[in-house]
Design a protein around this ligand. Structure first.
Ligand SMILES: [Zn+2]
Length: 317
């Protein structure tokens, strides 16, 4: 096979100029630029990109919440790689020299917990279902994340949560929360409501201006969880992806999108469309502008449509 170097030599000879070949396997030095923004007294948000995982964004697509505890900082969700966790740890020492005292994982998706490795000697708190799902899916997630993110993932090993949270009223490093054990985005989705400020940390039950993801979703259960969250009437919501929400728009938008997704796929199954036809259908304007579209819609079609189709179509024999 002709090498790139040989091709460049040929090009140089043809052009009569000296061309120095670029190093083919040069590795860019990647680093995360994490910026905690104060959102409420004693609370910061690190806002992720609303794109899908890529080698450009290094998987920094998730929101992290940072709250002042009694002996350090409480971090909710730790990003998608060891390197992200290291950047988080270093950045947060600038806010509180004592660093991170406790970690919470809202659910078992890798962009929310693969930074845990850096905090393995501290309490890493989650629902029991999240701990189990992280244990059983960690290796498969890891393979996929290496494929998507390459060098950003170097040295990353999935570290599941180590502490199961109680429900209702809890204290984490002296800070009081209401813990809501919900589900629907995955089989175990934790929502924390901060007692002091009312901030709701919704994990991936709420997305804002970024398409919801559905690889482990149960849409009806998710809608029921959104009803529960609406009833809390929180003054501010930190969604799993997208900007801070002070109006409840993230809950309404996520619900509207899931309703549309369910109706669209059900109708497609009833009228005998196949996945390629559904994917070719333009998205309504209100959903087309969300981050990671139409890719996320296409992924949802492949996650959700086969089962829906089996449920609706009469079996051939
Ligand atoms: Zn998720």
């Amino acid at each position: 096979m002709p090498s790139r170097r040989a091709a460049l030599r040929l090009l140089a000879a043809t052009a009569g100029a000296v061309v120095l070949p670029a190093p083919v396997f040069a590795q860019a030095r990647h680093s995360y630029d994490l910026r905690p923004e104060p959102v409420l007294p004693g609370i910061w948000m690190i806002e992720g990109s609303t794109e899908y995982f890529s080698r450009e964004n290094g998987g920094a697509i998730v929101n992290c919440a940072v709250l002042q505890g009694q002996t350090g900082l409480i971090v909710v969700d730790t990003g998608s790689s060891r390197r992200y966790g290291e950047a988080l740890s270093a950045t947060l020492r600038k806010l509180d020299l004592r660093g991170v005292s406790a970690v919470v994982n809202t659910h078992h998706h890798p962009d929310h917990y693969f930074g845990n490795q850096v905090f393995a000697d501290r309490p890493i708190i989650a629902l029991g279902g999240t701990m189990e799902a992280a244990r059983s899916n960690g290796d498969a997630f890891s393979d996929n994340m290496y494929r998507l993110l390459g060098d950003w993932m170097r040295g990353t090993e999935p570290v599941p949560p180590n502490t199961v949270i109680a429900s209702d009223e809890v204290q984490i490093d002296g800070r009081r929360f209401t813990a809501l054990p919900l589900a629907g985005h995955t089989e175990a989705d934790l929502v924390l409501v901060d007692a002091e400020t009312g901030l709701m940390i919704a994990g991936d039950l709420a997305f804002l201006d970024r398409a919801p993801t559905t690889p482990h979703a149960d849409l009806a259960t998710w809608q029921a969880s959104l009803d529960t969250l609406q009833a809390v009437a929180a003054p501010a919501i930190l969604p799993g992806h997208g900007p801070l929400d002070r109006t409840g728009a993230s809950l309404r938008q996520t619900s509207a999108y899931l309703t549309w997704l369910s109706e669209t796929l059900t109708e497609a199954a009833r009228t005998g469309q196949d996945m390629v036809e559904i994917m070719a259908t333009p998205l309504p304007a209100e959903f087309a502008g969300m981050g990671a579209q139409p890719e996320e819609f296409h992924r949802s079609v492949s996650h959700l449509f086969p089962a829906l189709e089996r449920a609706i179509l009469p079996r051939a024999n």
